[in-house]
Design a protein around this ligand. Structure first.
Ligand code: HEM
Length: 520
């Protein structure tokens, strides 16, 4: 124990020295960002970050930056750091596509992800990351998504049955956020890993699922310590660091260790069961939850047939598992919740999309190719992802200065999208878009939007999430009518934005009045 206390003492001294050096450096040295306009700092220590990362005021700062400045703006970071906030298409093109290897994720972020997820896509950089993407990109192809559609429908039918049981006595408030969260977890479970986390009937929590859900708040509680990770990981082996962690008398560190161990162990169990089934042959594969059509089964097969140069070691395949579940869960469930919230607010749009779905479905599940082409459903999804992207900013770092890629302000830029850019108007997608959009050459992978960013680190799962949203919406809108509750729903800014009832509450939740419209 004395050794651990000494170590904590050394770390504290390092922290004070590091902060002092950073403040002095920022006062003495000139920065190329000095002459770029931007809002003044509201705190010496926190710069604009107190406001930018606040769940309520953050929206105002984004709007201020979007409306009062050009699309390259200087912000003040921690301890006098200068940070560039960009939403200019050319600057975004440079940061996330052309010079993406100059502007990488911060070392503290990458080191923590490596500890938590292992060597998956979110934790690797440069050539290592590029090699993983080369094998993984084809796994998310349209063809694979098409074969996965029945899995999505099966899970969503269970969701419909569960909500039906809740509303069979008449219209009631249902926490849609909670149901979207459970559904997103189960869909990435079955579609991504070929594993069932939640049958959407019983309320028995799954250890793996619970660990993933607890991850973000637990990481938040070790924010200060994680600044030292890149430094610490340069010295000593992972085994030594593990021993140190075991004896660290901090509850948050122990919780993070438990979560990480659980995710890793469960990922390994699922992986080896999958590998054994593949080796045993087709019958054994068909017995598995995803029947061999899930992302990990396809990835395993692709890896077996890849050339020796392209093949990934098992540790990197296992590292993708909790990475995928983590990246897929809150993003898609929050996007879906926001769509339902907007449709409850705009009853005319809800009726229009329902009429389109009922006509196409004819009482059956709509096949993939027809589903992705439904124009109004598609317009509703696109417009919500444009105006209300679940992730509002991405952060990149060059040698000295940070860069925030402003997803939100690029999607809402009036110079590109027109004077009505701040309005939710699905109809804009039904006629040709203004020429300014094509001229701007926005470097996003999806529909001139930055919602899934672009370049080599763009969202690999965006087609998966599109399919998920459309399947869930068709089944739910075909069976239920959604209306606003009496209480106000407020969207809070965070790594992934989330709704609460009113401004004071911090508990993520979104009650919506649900009424059954069709007997199944
Ligand atoms: C509406 C839903 C989603 C949104 C808005 C979204 C958005 C994003 C964004 C903005 C990034 C870049 C993050 C950064 O570089 O800092 C990203 C990366 C990623 N997303 Fe998504 N995502 C969504 C759904 C999904 C789904 C369903 C999956 C998996 C099936 C997924 C898997 C990933 C992965 C693995 C990465 C890291 C890619 C890399 O670094 O190579 N996402 N996503």
């Amino acid at each position: 124990m004395t050794l651990v206390y000494r170590l904590i003492e050394v770390l504290a001294i390092c922290a004070v020295t590091y902060v002092s050096w950073r403040v002095l450096r920022n006062i003495i040295l000139k920065s190329p960002l000095d002459n770029i306009p931007g809002p003044s700092a509201t705190s010496f220590w926190k710069g604009n970050y107190g406001e930018l990362f606040h769940r309520h005021t953050g929206w105002d700062l984004h709007a201020k930056v979007g409306q009062n400045y050009n699309s390259v703006v200087k912000l003040h970071g921690l301890f006098g750091d200068k940070v560039l906030y960009v939403f200019d298409p050319k600057a975004l093109q440079s940061v996330i596509v052309k010079d993406q290897y100059v502007y990488e994720e911060a070392p503290s972020v990458i080191s923590l992800r490596m500890l938590v997820f292992g060597p998956g896509l979110l934790s690797t950089l440069g050539d290592w990351h590029r090699k993983q993407r080369k094998l993984l990109n084809p796994v998310f192809s349209i063809n694979h998504m098409r074969h996965m559609t029945p899995i999505f429908y099966r899970v969503t039918h269970s969701l419909r049955d569960a909500i039906t049981a809740q509303v069979k006595g008449g219209p009631v408030e249902v926490d849609i956020l909670s149901w979207m969260g459970r559904t997103a977890l189960e869909l990435i479970g079955q579609g991504g890993l070929g594993y069932s986390f939640d049958d959407l009937v019983s309320n028995t929590p799954d250890e793996f699922g619970e660990s993933i859900k607890a991850l973000v708040p637990t990481i938040f509680s070790v924010s200060t310590l994680r600044q030292f990770l890149p430094f610490g990981m340069k010295f000593g082996t992972p085994d030594i660091w593990r021993r140190i962690l075991e004896y660290t008398p901090l509850q948050s560190v122990q919780k993070l260790k438990y979560i990480t161990d659980t995710m890793h162990q469960r990922s390994k169990d699922i992986f080896y069961a999958k590998k054994a089934a593949l080796e045993a042959g087709e019958d054994a594969v068909l017995q598995q939850v995803g029947e061999g059509k899930d992302i990990m089964s396809i990835l395993l097969k692709a890896n077996m047939t890849a050339s020796a140069d392209d093949r990934l070691p098992e540790s990197e395949l296992i590292g993708q598992m909790s990475t995928l579940v983590f990246a897929a869960m809150d993003t898609t469930s929050n996007a879906l919740s926001h769509i339902i919230h907007l449709l409850a607010e705009h009853q005319d749009a809800q009726e229009k999309v329902r009429a389109e779905i009922i006509e196409a479905s004819d009482g059956q599940d709509i096949p993939y190719d027809q589903l992705v082409e439904l124009p109004y459903l598609d317009a509703v999804c696109r417009e919500t992802l444009r105006l209300y992207p679940p992730v509002t900013t991405v952060f990149r770092r060059s040698q000295r200065d940070g860069r925030h890629g402003g997803i939100l302000e690029s999607n809402r830029n009036k110079a590109i999208w027109g004077e009505d850019a701040l309005e939710w108007k699905p109809e804009r997608w039904l006629s040709p878009l203004p020429g300014t959009i094509a001229e701007a050459r926005i470097p996003g992978v999806y529909s001139n939007l930055m919602t899934f960013i672009g370049g080599g680190r763009s969202c690999i799962g965006f087609k998966f999430s599109q399919l998920e949203m459309k399947v869930v919406l068709t089944i739910l809108l075909g069976s239920f009518k959604f209306s606003l509750p009496k209480q106000e729903i407020v969207w809070n800014l965070a790594g992934v934005k989330y709704p609460t009832v009113g401004r004071a509450s911090t508990k993520p939740s979104m009650p919506i009045v649900v009424e059954r419209i069709r007997k199944e």
